[in-house]
Design a protein around this ligand. Sequence first.
Ligand SMILES: NC(=O)c1ccc[n+]([C@@H]2O[C@H](COP(=O)([O-])OP(=O)(O)OC[C@H]3O[C@@H](n4cnc5c(N)ncnc54)[C@H](O)[C@@H]3O)[C@@H](O)[C@H]2O)c1
Length: 351
Amino acid sequence: MTIKKAACIGGGVIGGGWIARLALNGIDVSVYDPHPEAKRKVDEVMANARRAYTRMAVKGLPKEGKVTFAGSIAEAVKGADFIQESVPERLDVKLKTIAEIEAAAPADALIGSSTSGFKATDMARDMAHPERFLVAHPFNPVYLLPINEIVPGEKTGKAFVERAREVYTSIGMKCVVINKEIDAFVGNRLLEAAWREALWLIKDGICTVEELDDIMRYGFGLRWAQMGMFQTYRIAGGEAGMRHFMAQFGPALAWPWTKLMDVPEFNDALVDMVATQSDDQSGQWSIRELERIRDENLIGIMEALAKAEKGKGWGAGELHNAYVKRLGKEAGKKSSKAAEKAKAEKPRKKK
Ligand SMILES: NC(=O)c1ccc[n+]([C@@H]2O[C@H](COP(=O)([O-])OP(=O)(O)OC[C@H]3O[C@@H](n4cnc5c(N)ncnc54)[C@H](O)[C@@H]3O)[C@@H](O)[C@H]2O)c1
């Protein structure tokens, strides 16, 4: 199943990433974001994403989809078969936005929410047709990172879950449908745990933000990118594998190796400490420059993984191979709008 017309409601960090992924897959996108500078920001994200795709899509790219800015949610979602909501993470804002989307969208349009933690059941509580609504949680940068946690609500229809899987897969994503609905799903549960622990380590003066990042990126961060947690620990158990690993490190669960039961107080002093150290670490680059460095690195990592297993690819690298191939196959084809227009036009008779 492919997308004919997409609408993105919210064009910030995540909305901008969705717009870029969709447009670079040749899909026309209608955007609504009330921020006076929304277009400038989206244009800047698009420029970085275009740069990344030009570098990554070695077999070519589809003709870019058209991005248009609408004056209201109703205007943006009109005629859209796929709608992605990426407004700020406040339940009242989500509820109001979803109501406006539902009032104007085609009755069978799929509606995905980028929320980082709210349950689809809670966000869909006032919907007349909650069966077509689900959480589709991406990670930043949405145009490069393939993962998409699909979290259906109590009333999400099975057919829409399948449709979501097909639609997001068609734009190069790896969908994982989460079994049970919980706040923050799986990825953010893990990240929240690491983030809390990291804030303790900085607050207590154990290490600086730069040292903490170095411990990650020179060490287990490299392992996680290609094998995740459990495959990595299986190897760490030696020949006896996971059972030995668990026997060796199981007792540590009861030792004071974590402060996760306790939450560091979120106050100005903590924010100043972290922000100042972060300026020392990275202040020489603008955010857009850092995004470009990140994108180059991510593509490099995926390309390295794409060569693994005799070129079949490993993990994200296997998907990368398929994605680059698919983008190449679409190269040269007209954008969906242009294709529709061409189809509608009658063939001209030769004189
Ligand atoms: N930043 C991340 O790393 C990340 C990752 C995954 C998911 N998310 C989720 O994505 C969503 C958006 O987060 P973000 O980081 O892009 O935030 P953001 O602040 O960068 O963007 C939010 C955008 O929504 C716009 N907006 C505000 N009210 C609106 C309305 N009524 N209609 C349309 N647009 C409106 C704002 O002008 C802004 O541009 C949140 O639910 C967040 O939890 C964020």
